[in-house]
Design a protein around this ligand. Structure first.
Ligand SMILES: N=c1c2ncn([C@@H]3O[C@H](COP(=O)(O)OP(=O)(O)OP(=O)(O)O)[C@@H](O)[C@H]3O)c2ncn1[C@@H]1O[C@H](COP(=O)(O)O)[C@@H](O)[C@H]1O
Length: 111
């Protein structure tokens, strides 16, 4: 597997792990705690991480930009999982905008 494909697999695997935390023990899993706090809290956290990310970019703090971007990806995927959006849904939309056919096996994972 190429490095590029391995990187996308990390995102895909992280998404699956996030979904697996639904209904989990909030004491044992940060993700389960976020789900238990509800959509408004997850959305708020995503907004905070977005602001922190742009602040580090504007300050020119490359290392912190990388770290905040990882937080941003994670919280975005928690929100997707909360709303039943799968990564394939987003990749399909990006592919559609580029005028190419998307991923065949489209899955929505709400529940
Ligand atoms: N990628 C992440 C990840 N990125 C960021 N975070 C957490 O997000 C939190 C952000 O910090 P904050 O102080 O803003 O949030 P907070 O502590 O909840 O504070 P408040 O909500 O009270 O403000 C930190 O606790 C980080 O550890 C993450 N927590 C988990 N994961 C991954 O998610 C998967 C499942 O993890 P668990 O749910 O912990 O099992 C594993 O692969 C983890 O590596």
């Amino acid at each position: 597997m190429s490095k590029k494909h391995a990187n996308w697999k990390i995102l895909d695997d992280l998404y699956d792990e996030i979904v697996s935390r639904k209904g989990g023990d909030p004491e044992k899993s940060h993700t389960a705690r976020l789900f238990s706090r509800g959509t408004d809290k997850i959305a708020q956290k995503l907004g905070e991480e977005a602001v922190e990310t742009v602040i580090e970019a504007v300050k020119g703090n490359r290392d912190k930009l990388v770290s905040e971007s990882a937080d941003l990806f994670y919280h975005l995927m928690v929100l997707w999982a909360d709303q039943g959006v799968a990564p394939d849904d987003v990749f399909d939309e990006l592919a559609r905008r580029r005028g190419i056919s998307g991923i065949d096996e489209k899955k929505s994972r709400k529940g």
